[in-house]
Design a protein around this ligand. Sequence first.
Ligand SMILES: Cc1ncc(COP(=O)(O)O)c(C=O)c1O
Length: 1007
Amino acid sequence: MGFVESNISKKQIDKILNSNYGISGEIIRLDGEIDFNYKITDKKNHSYLLKISRPKFNPDYIDYQLKILEHLSKQNEIKTSTVLTTFNHEKSIVVKDKLGKDRSIILYNWIDGRLWSKVNPKTKKLREDLGSQSSLITRSLLKFNHSFSKRKIDWDIANSLWVEEYIPMFKNEEKEIAEEFIKSFKERLDDFNKLKKSIIHNDINDNNIIVSNNLKNPKVESIIDFGDSVFSQTINDLAITCAYAIMNLDDPLTACLDVVRGFNKNLKINDSEIKLLYNLIGIRLIISVTKSLINRKKEPENKYLLISEKSAWSLLKKWRNINPEFAYYSFRKACSLDAIESKIQFENWAKKNKFSFKDLFPKEKKSKVFKIDLSIGSKWIGGREEIEDLKFFEFKINRLQEENPKCLIAGGYLEPRPIYSSSSYDKIGNQGTESRTIHLGVDFWLQAGTQVSSIFDGEVFTAVNDAGDKEYGGLIIIKHKTKDFSFFTLYGHNTARSVLKNKVGSKVKKGDIIAEVASFPENGNWASHLHFQVILSMLDYKNDFPGVCYHDQLDLWKDLCPDPNLLFKCSDLDQIKIKSDNELINFRKKHLGKSLKLHYDTPLHIVRGEGVYLIDQNGKKYLDTINNVAHVGHEEGEIVNAGKNQMSILNTNSRYLHSSINELTNELLSTLPKKLNVVHFVNSGSEANEIAVRMMKAHTNSNNIIVSQHGYHGNTNICVDISSYKFDGKGGKGAPKNTHVISIPSKFNLSYKKNRNVDFHIKELEECIHKIKSQNKKLGGFIIEPIISCGGQVELPKGYLKKAYKIIRENGGICISDEVQVGCGRVGKKFWGFQLHDVIPDIITIGKPLGNGHPIGAVVCTSEIAESFANGMEFFNTFGGNPVSCSIANQVLRKVKKNKLQKNSFEVGNYLKNELKKLSRKYKIIKDVRGEGLFLGIEFLDGEMNPLENETKYIVNRLKDYGILSSYDGPNNNVIKIKPPIIFSKSHCDYFVKYLDKILKEDYLFI
Ligand SMILES: Cc1ncc(COP(=O)(O)O)c(C=O)c1O
């Protein structure tokens, strides 16, 4: 980069250091705006920071900075730079530069760590720590005085109006933004001038913050460089910290709250300060961009000066779009205050005044409430199709009313709901996509035409028909004034005619009819109901107001929109307390199997599945890239209905004639080669493999089976005995005597372990058979997956299986293909995994995808094997092949066919593989991308081909932070497995790749 000449050579620096401090070592020039900075590292690897001032320095200024450090070190609240003294006990010395000008020299100890600007990712926790550490500086400086602090500097927010002169040089939007922030700063100047003042750091920017080198749990180590310290409004330190800490983020306000929360922990911020914070952040950014503008002209080659210009403008553009009042309420909440002061006033007022439902619906006689559950996990509301079938929903509501004639059907305050599914309810936050799900009012489900009256005296604030986006239909908002405060009540989903009779500004009395409930479609959505909401601030809304909010803003919104039931005090409407995740975890720990595992350090509480998403109890959607069981999508409507419908008329065992088992058999066989033509239905993949091994024994009279290293085939006795993943893994006792393990035939191995190829693996197989025979044993068979899943999505080398099957058969064994993971169209090119290898097994076993989540498995074999198995002993399976399971599985296979999902798997899988391969060219740790269709694996290795287990786990956890579920596996836990529902689309791939790409840049993965 283009450094400005310091006019002191490295040789001179070396001499100065040696003669004054007895130090010599490597000298590296660093960035710096005012001073010239150098990192010095001596032979013992001790590092120092050398600061050389510009010429014409002020000795008072040097003294000022030294005194600040001395003070902070005495206060001992935060690690700060310490100053080294010379042989003559001086903290600073003066030397002459090449041009004979005086320069001041100070040598500091070096604080180890990374500059904030270089840290990635900057997490919520780290931002909170930054707030907390910067407040320690600000707090410590409250007790510090120095005459030099009263100087005037450009970077002081209190002195910011100098920028006005430059505003005409900005253009278009940028000019407007600068004008706006300055204007509102000037309007608040009186209030600003009254704020508490103290000496502040005044420059907690991203190059003055040192973060620890701990990459997993980083902390703010120190804040350096007091060169800009000045006597100013104390709150400015927080404004400045925020201004830099929230750059380059999708949602700067949420990030800002983290800093504010952290700051307020050590140094309480008062309401007058909070009121101005939004504007002060804007002003500091305006100073920054104005400085950049000037400096660009003055020192075009000094890039350090311009570094934050682009980010500052981009932040200013986002910042301007945030409602300042909303930011103020958010800051109050982050400071553990009620978001709005009138919250308590409203609560007290509501306590003193009694309201009944008759005040809302004058003709309604019902005084009790039936609380309806429309939450994410509500079984009453049903799946997506039921939710969107508005006629059916209305029918259900009417039926509920008939069943509860004396009750008002109502509910919904702070309920997370699955019904707001359109993307207009979504935003891209700092953690990926977030959905607005939390309902802020109470819904009363009533006959269309029900009259609605104003709950209290007031004035019409809004009377609109928001037919445009059909959110509320006819909407009325009434403004009420009490002695001490005002509030609003919102009445939504009325007829347009009834609402438009009201005139904005006209007075209404308590009990005046203001609207009539409308039916669908006039009401904007659903069956006829009134959405009733209390609002304490309209922000800058006029003709609309949010009726739902994001879960991460719930605490704020529940203050702005208090519970309407505070008015009615009806216990039936009270919110139901749900069990916390911790309670669920503790119960599991006590009463469920000790070897049951939960995903993730902080487990997820999932209550709904929908297509490619799993949704938690708050409505957070997670893109599911793990679940190959939900083959055609979570809770797919037709599949669910097939099960429901059959369940409601018959479910019994397969000893009776029933068409569903025949139809399913037919569906299955139509996908298979003719040779595989007899089906046995079971309940799981394990059971399928269990039967397959029993068939092998019956057919060959031998239980000697060859299996692959790292293979997994199920959890029963026999299955564990043939699963190297288990018997060679934790808690395993090695291979049983009749199980013979061959090394994993891996395509990827071929590329980096030069001694392995198809012949190597075939030779190993032959040797294995030879060994079995040499022990006077007979070969029973060979079981393997076409792509080995638990082994880490390992593709078999081309031509391997064909040769292997031939040898097995030549030696009297049979071949079993475990299709539990890969079957039913997932691998794209073919319907079954074995077809990728151009072979026909003697038995295939099927599980996971067949029931799309319902437990059903199947074993398909040749008629010869079926004959051998039918040796007189009846095969009875209580649940296997029951009509419900068969109806579901039938629907799954039909769906794959009808919706061409095998083709989708092929195309989308190829697209994703390609995108991942592009990433592998960008990031060295991705050593292999493999698999077929939507059954892919990404392997992470270092430069020496060592597996990167911790890094893989890190990525999986970080993906979860962005709302993406993924899993890792393989003998070294260094392979991310991708096996989503096969309705996965290219846009889902893009989302996955976007965040994987982002995560791969993070410091933890820099190896
Ligand atoms: C390849 C393979 N076979 C068999 C099974 C066992 O299936 P289930 O868990 O349905 O018993 C699994 C389960 O993960 C599997 O991955």
